[in-house]
Design a protein around this ligand. Structure first.
Ligand code: UD1
Length: 382
């Protein structure tokens, strides 16, 4: 049996790491050998967005790197398909395994199916129902084509069934990213917050704020819907500098896209002249996990962080109008509240969230054992 698994962008790496290890564990046993090739499409290529995660999570070096890089969606998807088609034709795998919802996920699932190769989607069935989100298109197409759809939660199964996906193709395995969280949390807990900040400053600055446990806010923001429009990003930055940073230190590991947009909209000077706001480079897995573990509050538009907040119990405001991960929402027992990007609404929920206690919850099968279930499902379906 030969499996090719695919990664392309940062959120893929913490999902593939436990899957690689599950295959290694399987191959150390008596069962039939699984030949595994890891393909990196190269969508994310900065050291901090890619290699750092391979090193920190012990992911084997990719067997094949497609070197696709940045570009428009059509360029990324098209170039990935052209390069990946050659890999599939050369390697003739039995299965292509894709994770998450980035452009690599879409490009490689389409290519696999056009070559009549079976496709397994890990993290199937998530739906925001917002078709303006590039990731929603990626999820819909990938799930429609996949032969095996492995879901992180029950709500995702319901979504797939409602779309007419056959029950036999769906497997409930739990959340593979939580495997990584469980594996790495002890190592993360040993890190010192001051070292993380000092080691990741975006630029040299004097007079860093004192950052105490449970008395700081962490933010990540990178969705085009939040950072690409001046009329949205400007008031958001006003709230961050005027409200949040006035209350306590605000730590902001900044995505390349958000940094570019701050400069484009001439918001850069306001951000860097706010003493309590600490801009950091995109940070590594353990650093982010450590900051999340004792943040008073997370502000984010990232899907993965909503899930990590749920398990760690960190109150989380999700700066989006919808989420493909409803299981992480307060009303489903999670830690996150959808606040969109309207500052009045965010401010109201921000004050409520500051009063909430840390309340860890664990949705069904978010138990750190998902990767083994994924591999078993593939072996059983072969
Ligand atoms: C991608 C994913 C998104 C995920 C996010 C995490 C899609 C459609 N989107 O969005 O789901 O949440 O990754 O980061 O796949 N850039 C760099 N260095 C890099 C990568 C990107 O500087 O290593 C810059 C480039 O200017 C690039 C821009 O960031 O054009 C956006 O990168 P891209 O990969 O297109 O999408 P993300 O916004 O990162």
């Amino acid at each position: 049996m030969k499996i090719i698994s695919v990664v392309g962008a940062r959120p893929n790496f913490m999902k593939i790491a436990p899957f690689c290890r599950a295959i290694e564990r399987h191959n150390a046993g008596d069962g039939p050998h699984v030949e595994h090739l890891l393909v990196h499409t190269g969508q994310h290529y900065d050291h901090q967005m890619s290699q750092t995660f391979f090193d920190a999570l012990n992911i084997p070096a990719p067997d094949i790197h497609l070197g696709v890089g940045s570009g428009t969606h059509a360029e990324q998807v098209g170039n990935t398909m052209i390069a990946f088609e050659k890999v599939v034709m050369d390697q003739k795998p039995d299965w292509v395994v894709v994770v998450g919802d980035v452009n690599a996920t879409l490009a490689c699932s389409v290519t696999a199916k056009k070559q009549h190769v079976k496709c397994c989607h890990i993290e199937a069935g998530l739906r925001s129902r917002d078709w303006t989100m590039p990731e929603e298109i990626n999820r819909l197409v990938t799930d429609r084509l996949s032969d095996l759809l492995l879901t992180p939660d029950i709500l995702s199964i319901e979504s797939l069934l409602a779309e007419g996906i056959e029950r036999e193709k769906i497997g409930f395995v739990g959340n593979i990213m939580i495997d990584t969280l469980e594996e790495q949390r002890t190592k993360a807990a040993a890190l010192k917050i001051g070292d993380i900040i000092g080691g990741n400053l975006l630029y040299e600055r004097a007079g860093l704020p004192d950052v105490e446990e449970e008395r700081y806010v962490v933010m990540t923001l990178h969705r085009p819907s939040n950072v690409d429009y001046r009329e949205i990003f400007t008031p958001l930055v006003g709230f961050l500098t005027g409200d949040v940073a006035a209350d306590m230190p605000l730590l902001w590991p900044i995505h390349p896209r958000a940094k570019k947009q701050l400069q484009e909209f001439r918001l850069w000077d306001r951000v860097v002249s706010t003493p309590n706001l600490v801009l950091m480079r995109p940070i590594g897995y353990h650093d982010m996990l450590r900051l999340n573990m004792s943040a008073r509050l997370l502000l984010t538009d990232s899907g993965g962080l909503q899930e990590e907040c749920t398990v760690l119990g960190t109150p989380c405001l999700t700066l989006r109008w919808n989420t493909e991960r409803p299981i992480t929402l307060y009303e489903h027992g999670g830690a996150s509240v959808l606040v969109g990007n309207n500052v009045e609404r965010i401010r109201k929920e921000y004050h409520k969230a500051l009063k909430k206690d840390r309340n860890p919850v664990r949705p069904e099968l978010w138990d750190g054992q998902t990767a083994g279930r994924c591999l078993d499902a593939i072996l059983n379906a072969s």
